[in-house]
Design a protein around this ligand. Structure first.
Ligand SMILES: Nc1nc2c(c(=O)[nH]1)N[C@H]1C(S)=C(S)[C@@H](COP(=O)(O)O)O[C@H]1N2
Ligand SMILES: [Mo]
Length: 336
């Protein structure tokens, strides 16, 4: 037992955690550099009856204090895929966020300029509760929970990530979409000062994504405000991003400032940029290849040249049971 605690009554991690998760936790702690130094401050929930499936990461973000407080007061629930988590360092240094550059390492290096406070979200279109909401307004009624999801990028890397967020369906209900609203559209911030790569034309800014409303109401879809028990680092789309784990990563739009309800299919960034390569639906589908590479397998991070860590990709990224019914009568080759 390498973990020591100042509270003699605290249960040992090995008492409250299933063995496999405990080993996974040790691996994570090792990767974060905690094990081997002799002592560790247990996080505040270590005494709770519910074992956490991961240990919180160090706080590295400039999120507002009220958000950090809300995150620390979140609902405790273990919810695991049974797979090893991708280490925090991989999740937060291997990113796509073109507003900060095109290389996977650019967002972590450049996104420190993103200001999270004040943050406003405009809600408009076909709904009864249109308006401009502060981030605090948006978050106030929602309890935050841990959601461990597989996440797969079109470029064939994949991760298992403990996001922290809340139900998108619950958020949508608050805005009372009208009966003719069929789609929801999300838009990322445009600000050339904060997002230096918006000075160039690598994409048509702002980044726009969207979902059919019934997809958005699926319980798997969440708005994330944190990862690994902490507020989202800017490179992961702080302060508010979408997560749709059965779709390719590009649907999970970051740093959202606008939510719009509409009866026409939104013109989403990648589907407009390269319509033969990226569709509106973007459901993870090993049977439909990207024109330039196969989608039948994925490289689970952490991976390296010598350990590429390839594994087969699952239909809907393994979430068929939850989402396949949404696409029952659709040809998934046509609607990719
Ligand atoms: N605004 C915005 N959102 C974005 C992107 C982007 O470039 N800009 N990249 C997308 C892509 S291609 C992926 S794979 C995921 C990456 O999320 P992560 O860096 O948190 O893993 O974010 C998505 N959301
Ligand atoms: Mo991606």
């Amino acid at each position: 037992m390498l973990i020591t605690t100042s509270n003699p009554n605290a249960p040992l991690s090995s008492d409250i955690t299933p063995e496999s998760v405990y080993l996974e936790r040790r691996t994570l702690l090792k990767s974060l550099g905690y094990i081997g130094t002799g002592s560790l401050l247990l996080p505040h929930w270590a005494n709770a009856a519910i074992a956490r499936p991961y240990d919180v990461a160090p706080e590295r973000t400039n999120a507002p204090a009220w958000l950090k407080q809300k995150i620390n007061a979140r609902q405790l629930q273990a919810n695991s895929t049974g797979e090893s988590l991708t280490p925090y360092d991989s999740v937060t240094t291997y990113n796509n966020f073109y507003e900060f550059g095109l290389d996977k390492s650019d967002p972590a290096e450049n996104a420190g300029t993103l200001k999270m406070e004040p943050w406003k979200v405009t809600v408009d279109g076909l709904c009864n509760k249109a308006g401009i909401y502060t981030l605090e307004d948006i978050l106030k009624p929602h309890a935050l929970e841990d959601r461990i999801y597989r996440f797969r990028c079109v470029e064939a890397w994949s991760m298992v990530v403990p996001w922290l967020g809340f139900s998108l369906a619950d958020l949508i209900k608050r805005f009372e979409p009208k009966s003719d609203a069929k789609y929801i559209e999300f838009t990322t911030l445009v600000d050339k000062e904060q997002m230096p790569n918006q000075r160039g034309g690598s994409l048509d800014w702002p980044y726009v994504e969207g979902l059919r409303l019934d997809e958005a109401m699926n319980p798997l879809a969440i708005m994330a405000v944190g990862v690994y028990g902490r507020s989202l680092p800017p490179q992961n789309g702080a302060p508010l991003r979408l997560i749709t784990p059965w779709k390719y990563g590009f649907k999970s739009i970051k740093s959202i400032v606008r939510i719009r309800f509409t009866n026409t299919q939104p013109k989403t960034t990648w589907a407009v940029m390269a319509p033969s390569e990226y569709g509106f639906y973007a459901n993870v589908n090993p049977a439909v290849d990207h024109p330039r590479w196969t989608q039948s397998r994925e490289r689970r991070l952490p991976a390296s040249l010598f350990n590429p860590n390839w594994r087969p990709t699952l239909p809907f990224n393994g979430y068929s049971k939850e989402v396949a019914a949404l696409y029952r009568n659709m040809d998934l080759r046509q609607y990719f």
